[in-house]
Design a protein around this ligand. Structure first.
Ligand SMILES: [Ca+2]
Ligand SMILES: [Ca+2]
Ligand SMILES: [Ca+2]
Ligand SMILES: [Ca+2]
Length: 459
């Protein structure tokens, strides 16, 4: 066997379509043995081929084969005898199964030509590779979707929200089967996606969380460079706008009317008001302070930590007869202001509170807290002892009626004129028996249940 005879050739089957494959005559691919080894040593089989007959992968041929059947071609290696079968006479290699490149992209096999009778090698064994040629049979997939992303409201157009990435199981090194282009199917005009990178960006200025907080965006990845006929996959991206402080507090009314009765004591609640702020958390937190008004000394302001209302309370008791109305100016302001949105401020609002003082029906008051009268012993019944006097302090100035409660003068030594308060004896008194009589007189406003008792002491 001279060198010129040492040529084992192989011819490729019809389904091989690799564009880099050198053309060798009309037969197609051939494995050609030279002195230094196989000139090229790859077969190509297209994946997922589902024709009626087994695919002809290629053909081994030795130059020493004269066609009389003396040569036996032997195939060994990955898939030999199962996936790849060889006709040992003709050297034809067929694939018996459908191949999936994404499962196994290539097979390493060994070709041999031996003498059919002696089994002596006519050629040294040589390795070659069957490459499974890609077709675009895998759509892009977003393995990590659905996605959740957050971006501050009012972000500038083009602010990056997040990057989504799809994977494609097809061959990235060959053709466009795995060349992906991203597009946005849902979510315009608010958001956009960069076709090459999958980076989602804001696309509209002044997106306002207080108007709308959630966006359901759908991103598509398409292979074949996004062209017609490509396969595609989609994913959902839930985008939430996060809050910034872009709303100043606002009192719903500019003037609030409240009233307080003069009989209320210090610390009593007079009224509440609340400024609205649609922002969230600290951005919507409103504090209050009294800034002005003639009621500054009479009222105090506190804040209900739960309802965030301003509470006006009495600092001192008010008196209807002295002053009947007060004014307060209340400011509601954001504690946490974002310097970026200062121009939309000021982040405060002012309201006026008008507080009217209500007249309370106060009981009549005796002119003196106590009275001391004298009367001689043995003075006849009906002797005038003295006069007590109580006044209604209210504006109405109702008439007052007097009486002596029975328990303060059990033996009824005295009587009082119910209209003018004159106290008289009912019988002569005996100093040696009792030198002092302590009695009480009550004064009652006509038509009211209020009364006031003042003791009248007589000795
Ligand atoms: Ca594929
Ligand atoms: Ca693909
Ligand atoms: Ca705010
Ligand atoms: Ca906001």
């Amino acid at each position: 066997m001279g060198d010129s005879m040492q040529c084992l050739c192989a011819y490729a089957g019809h389904t091989s379509m690799h564009r880099h494959r050198p053309r060798v005559g009309k037969e197609g691919q051939v494995l050609h043995r030279s002195k230094r080894g196989w000139v090229w040593n790859q077969f190509f089989v297209i994946e997922e081929y589902t024709g009626p007959d087994p695919v002809l992968v290629g053909r081994l041929h030795s130059d020493v084969d004269s066609g009389n059947g003396n040569i036996k071609y032997i195939l060994s290696g990955e898939g030999a005898g199962t996936i790849f079968v060889i006709d040992d006479k003709t050297g034809n290699i067929h694939a018996t199964k459908t191949l999936d490149r994404e499962e196994q992209a290539q097979y390493t096999l060994t070709a041999q030509a031996v003498d059919r009778d002696t089994n002596k090698p006519l050629e040294p064994p040589s390795e070659f590779i069957v490459k499974v040629q890609d077709i675009n049979d895998n759509p892009p997939e977003f393995l990590h979707g659905p996605y959740y992303a957050r971006v501050p409201e009012m972000s500038n157009v083009g602010t990056s929200v997040m990057q989504v990435t799809a994977t494609d199981a097809d061959d990235p090194t060959y053709g466009n089967s795995a060349r992906l282009v991203y597009s946005i199917l849902q979510g315009q005009p608010y958001f956009s996606v960069e076709p090459q990178t999958g980076i989602i960006r804001t696309a509209l200025p002044n997106m306002d969380r207080e108007a709308r907080q959630e966006y359901d965006v759908v991103i598509q990845a398409k292979d074949m460079g996004g062209h017609m006929g490509g396969l595609s996959g989609t994913t959902e991206v839930k985008i939430t706008l996060t809050d910034v402080n872009d709303n100043p507090p606002k009192f719903p009314q500019s003037v609030y009317s409240m009233s307080v009765s003069e009989d209320k004591v210090e610390g009593e609640e007079v009224g509440r008001l609340k400024a609205k702020d649609p922002d969230m958390g600290d951005n919507g937190l409103v504090n209050y302070r009294l800034t002005d008004g003639d009621g500054l000394g009479m009222f105090v302001l506190s804040t209900d930590s739960e309802t965030r209302e301003a509470i006006i309370k009495l600092k001192k008791r008010v008196d209807f007869e002295t002053k009947r109305s007060y004014t307060l100016k209340v400011e509601g302001y954001n504690v946490h202001v974002d310097p970026q949105y200062l121009a939309w401020g000021p982040y405060k609002d002012e309201a006026t509170i008008k507080i009217s003082v209500e007249d309370a029906d106060e009981p009549p008051v005796f002119v003196a807290p106590s009275y001391t009268f004298e009367v001689e012993e043995n003075a006849p019944a009906g002797t005038q002892v003295g006069r007590v006097h109580a006044k209604d302090t209210d504006i109405d100035n109702n008439p007052v009626r007097y009486m002596i409660p029975r328990y303060t003068d059990v033996e009824q030594f005295f009587s009082v004129n119910s209209e003018d308060g004159m106290i008289t004896t009912t019988r002569p008194l005996d100093r040696e028996t009792q030198a002092w009589h302590n009695i009480s007189v009550s004064a009652t406003e006509i038509g009211e249940a209020l009364n006031c008792k003042r003791s009248s002491t007589w000795g």
